[in-house]
Design a protein around this ligand. Structure first.
Ligand code: GDP
Length: 360
């Protein structure tokens, strides 16, 4: 699937850069253009693969909006023409989808991404998706409240919102920075493979995934979730049936970007590996298992021929918002918002307190 990526805010820019780099290193050619947008000049300067666009210079002079996502919304609104102008030549006639990438807990990405999605919807005919990072449980109240409002607005504006929970894909005991590195790398690989799996590879594999299958899976709207797992493939095709089942289970049950999200309107199962190691029977059984597990009658499937000694399963769920995890998150966000309103109306103070608690 040929995509254009726009990262908004610090996390959005870093993840966009990772995705563009992974796609280029693997030689997939799915990422056609990438742009990072931010109100903080220093964050943009730390990126070197993607092009950049500063917003809000007249309001915040390149210093960012802190944790004020309402200000993030305003600066994106004011400079939307410049941002759309920067996309010329990056969103091309070949682009099949646009992804707006942002951390939902901060200021620029949280407030700016929904506005950008809204305007992109007016300009382009292709689907506009959001790739949003939810703050982990231990991040401060302001992050939770910001992310709640941002997610609510994104769900209204985007064709689908692929969520990555910051608690999902990191190892125990890592520093916050180390954890971000690990998570960003995992996002790049998993989402990068999803983009690439929709790239038609002529003459290879029996049932290769097509871009339209990714798009149709996301057509359910709402929240999308991505899961991934791999195991060493065997020489024995019988054993690979078991391996295909096992990686599919792990991808959904322990490897998703939003833990515990297993109920969905639609799903796509991509089995990646050497064509001779991909077992037809195993793929079919895994697909039926996914149908039962998600309660969805629309489970698409396909192969992703990849020169690897491993078998991998990539599971994409569409319409997966009816999960306990989303409920718990929205509850956290509502509580944080209420507490904010009763304790303080000064966003800058609130943010300063949260920041200190988080970092130390
Ligand atoms: P912004 O620049 O104002 O949009 O703010 P950030 O992008 O720093 O967004 C803050 C949110 O994103 C918080 O929930 C952070 O935990 C998260 N975040 C910041 N940087 C990263 C990163 O590199 N990776 C991930 N996964 N999350 C990040």
């Amino acid at each position: 699937m040929k995509v254009a990526l726009i990262g908004v805010g610090q996390a959005g820019g870093k993840i966009t850069e990772r995705l563009a780099r992974f796609d280029a290193d693997m030689g997939f050619g799915a990422v056609q253009g990438a742009l990072a947008v931010n109100s903080a000049e220093a964050d943009l300067q730390s990126l070197d693969v993607v092009d950049t666009q500063l917003v809000g210079a007249d309001r915040v002079n390149g210093h960012g909006v802190g944790g004020d996502n309402e200000l993030g919304t305003e600066v994106m609104q004011s400079d939307i023409q410049e941002v759309l102008g920067s996309l010329d030549g990056r969103v091309t006639s070949k682009s099949e989808a646009i992804f707006v990438v942002a951390g939902l807990g901060g200021g620029t990405g949280s407030g700016g991404a929904p506005v950008l999605v809204h305007h992109l919807q007016q300009v382009y005919d292709v689907p506009v998706y959001a790739l949003g990072v939810l703050p982990g449980r231990n991040e401060g109240a302001l992050y939770q409240a910001n992310a709640g409002r941002s997610l609510k607005t994104l769900l209204r504006e985007a064709d689908s919102t692929l969520l990555i929970d910051n608690d999902a894909w990191h190892e125990q005991g890592e520093s916050v920075e180390g954890a971000f590195e690990t998570i960003n790398e995992k996002i790049a690989r998993r989402v990068g493979l999803l983009f690439a799996s929709g790239e038609a590879i002529e003459g290879v594999g029996e049932s290769v995934v097509d871009s339209s299958e990714v798009i149709n899976t996301l057509r359910s709207g709402g929240v999308a979730v991505l899961g991934y797992a791999t195991e060493l493939a065997s020489e024995d095709s019988g054993e690979n049936i078991t391996t295909a089942m096992s990686v599919s289970r792990q991808a959904l049950l322990t490897g998703t970007s939003l833990p515990d999200a297993t109920t969905a309107d639609s799903a796509l199962l991509v089995i990646a590996g050497r064509p001779d190691a991909i077992p037809r029977k195993g793929v079919e059984r895994s697909r039926r298992w996914l149908e039962d597990e998600t309660g969805s009658m629309q489970v698409r499937g396909g192969d992703f021929p990849l020169d690897s000694d491993r078998l991998g399963a990539l599971v994409l769920l569409g319409g997966a918002e009816r999960s306990d995890r989303i409920e718990a998150f929205m509850e956290r966000a509502r509580e944080a918002k209420e507490a904010q309103e009763t304790e303080s109306t000064d966003h800058a103070d609130q943010f300063a307190d949260d920041r200190l608690e988080n970092l130390f």
